[in-house]
Design a binder for this molecule. Structure first.
Ligand code: ITT
Ligand code: NA
Length: 187
C-alpha cells in the first residue's frame, strides 16, 4: 500500500516513513499538493481544513497531512499551533529565554495526523509525548525543537537520544502507528 504525505518537512517524512514501514506501507512525499494552513489554536481544525482542500472530488490515492505543536505548560501552551513560526523566528534560544526563572518546565508534543482516501471520510490520529524543556540545547539528531525536549523517563533530549528511541515514543510515532493499524484493518 502507498500513502502520499503532503509536507515540506523532511524530518517528519523520514520518521513517519520508518513507522509505516512496520506496516509495509510506503510513504511518498507529495509536493504537488499544497498544505493550506488556516490560523487556529486547534491542530485538529488545521489538519481537517488542509485535508478538505486536498481530498476533493474522486481521489484514487491515500493522502496524509500532519500538524504538530510543542505545548509548554507554564507558557499556557505556547508555542502550540504556532510552533513552526516560532521555531523560524525566535527559535530555540528564544524559547529558552522565555523559560528563564521558570521551575516547572513541563511540556508536551502533540501530533495530529489526518488521512483521506478513496471511499473514506477524513480520519484523524493523535499522538502525545510528555516531557520537559532542557536548560540548554543538547544533541544533534532530529530536527526542530528536538535539542530542547526531554521526554519523560529520560534525561537526554530527543536530539541526543536519536531516531531509534525517538521513534519508539514520539508524538509522531504514536499517531502514525495508529494510522498504520487502522489502514491494516482496511486490507
Ligand atoms: P509541514 O510542511 O508538514 O507543515 P512544518 O515543519 O511546517 O511542516 P508544522 O506546521 O506541523 O510542520 O510545524 C510544527 C513545528 O513544530 C515544526 O516546524 C518543528 O519546528 C516542530 N516540531 C514538530 N515535530 C517535531 C519533532 O518531532 N521534534 C522537534 N520539533 C518538532
Ligand atoms: Na507548516
Amino acid at each position: 500500500m502507498r500513502v502520499f504525505f503532503v509536507t515540506s518537512n523532511e524530518g517528519k517524512l523520514h520518521e513517519a516513513s520508518l513507522v509505516l514501514r512496520e506496516f509495509s506501507i510506503e510513504l511518498v512525499m507529495d509536493l504537488n499538493h499544497r498544505k493550506i494552513e488556516i490560523q487556529s489554536d486547534n491542530l485538529e481544525d488545521i489538519v481537517n481544513n488542509a485535508l478538505t482542500n486536498i481530498c476533493t472530488g474522486g481521489i484514487s490515492e491515500y493522502f496524509v497531512v500532519e500538524d504538530d505543536g510543542l505545548f509548554i505548560n507554564k507558557l499556557n501552551g505556547f508555542p502550540g499551533p504556532y510552533s513552526s513560526y516560532v521555531y523560524k523566528t525566535i527559535g530555540l534560544t528564544g524559547i529558552l529565554k522565555l523559560m528563564n526563572g521558570i521551575n516547572d518546565r513541563s511540556a508536551y508534543f502533540k501530533s495530529v495526523v489526518g488521512l483521506c482516501g478513496p471511499q473514506i471520510p477524513i480520519k484523524l490520529f493523535i499522538g502525545v509525548v510528555r516531557g520537559s524543556i532542557a536548560m540548554e540545547p543538547r544533541g544533534s539528531e532530529g530536527f526542530g525543537f528536538d535539542p530542547i525536549f526531554i521526554p519523560s523517563g529520560y534525561n537526554k533530549t530527543f536530539a541526543e537520544l536519536g531516531p531509534e528511541i525517538k521513534n519508539k515514543l514520539s508524538h509522531r510515532a504514536l499517531a502514525f502507528r495508529a494510522l498504520g493499524n487502522w489502514l491494516l484493518g482496511k486490507g
